[in-house]
Write a protein that binds this ligand. Structure first.
Ligand code: HBI
Ligand code: FE
Length: 296
């Protein structure tokens, strides 16, 4: 993947007149954002920072402030890239939306984080199915300022490129790891459990549910346990996994995963709401409100 995408003229997306590069990379059409777009960003940003006080981990909140993210307007990727490049060598690239997995992994492996260039409509403010600019920029980007987490995301990308070559089961194991850490992870902080997962920090309801509801399990991080565990894409998670530190994530991704994939291939997957003997249980969930089917 070349570092500078080749611009393909006059390729327009169905979301409007935004030229798409051959590699699927788009330039952030910052001047094209409407007042509604900026107002949606402002509303979501202010609401989330309100609910995340005392709930998001310190690193997340400090990084978001350090890189100059404010509710005033949708941040410019170029401005955030100045801070990111200086801090950890990461850079944001604009994309249309979800990328084919290999493209996604390759970007991460090269410290490029794909950010959807468009933001949800005002009538979608409480929920949107696919990751939009708010999910990616507000949720995923701040922790890329953290050197250890930035290393983990690069290692994850490299692991993804390898897993893609091994096969679909390895890919599924690795996707579960992404899901229960990068998207829905909790971390132990000196003053209690806190959120670092982008899927939680970008959701008002799940920011409260993940830490305070009696329904979900909260279980200590265990790499192979997580890689076996199915998850939910249509409801709050039934189980949240808790790391002690970002270094623990980095150390867990150190070994070659090939023998781990081989071991896991011989084991059953674990339903999303199950608690196993040997789990480090912070909370055994009540299961209130869980639907029986729907695990992926
Ligand atoms: N593409 N743009 C984008 N953002 C993601 O978070 C993303 C993706 N493609 C695939 C994907 N995530 C998941 O399948 C990861 O687990 C790989
Ligand atoms: Fe995400």
């Amino acid at each position: 993947m070349s570092s500078q995408p080749r611009r393909v003229e006059n390729l327009h997306t169905d979301k409007g007149k935004v030229p798409v590069y051959a590699t699927g990379i788009v330039e952030q059409p910052w001047d094209g954002y409407s007042d509604d777009d900026h107002a949606t960003w402002a509303t979501l940003f202010a609401r989330q920072r309100e609910v995340l006080a005392g709930r998001a981990c310190d690193e997340f909140l400090q990084a978001q402030d350090a890189m100059g993210m404010t509710p005033d307007r949708i941040p410019k990727f170029t401005e955030l890239n100045d801070a990111l490049m200086a801090a950890t060598g990461w850079t944001l690239i604009g994309v249309e939306g979800l990328l084919p997995e290999l493209d996604f992994f390759d970007h991460l492996a090269n410290r490029r984080f794909p950010v959807t260039w468009w933001i949800r409509r005002p009538d979608q403010i409480d929920y949107i199915e696919e990751p939009d600019l708010f999910h990616d920029l507000f949720g995923h980007v701040p922790l890329l300022m953290n050197p250890v987490f930035g290393d983990y995301m690069e290692a994850y990308g490299k692991g993804g490129v390898k897993a893609h070559g091994i096969g679909p089961e390895a890919l599924q194991n690795l996707t579960r790891l992404y899901w229960y850490t990068v998207e829905f992870g909790l971390i132990r902080q000196h003053d209690g459990l806190r959120i670092y997962g982008a899927g939680i920090v970008s959701s008002a309801g799940e920011s409260v549910h993940a830490l305070e509801s009696a329904a979900p399990n909260r279980i200590g991080f265990d790499l192979e346990r997580i890689m076996r565990t199915r998850y939910r894409i249509d409801t709050y998670q039934k189980t949240y996994f808790v790391i002690d530190s970002f270094q623990q994530l980095m150390d867990a991704t150190d070994p070659d995963f090939t023998p781990i994939y081989a071991r896991l291939a011989a084991q059953e997957s674990v339903p999303a709401g199950t608690v196993l003997a040997g789990d480090h249980v912070f909370q055994r969930g009540s299961g209130e409100g869980w639907s029986s089917e729907g695990d992926v």
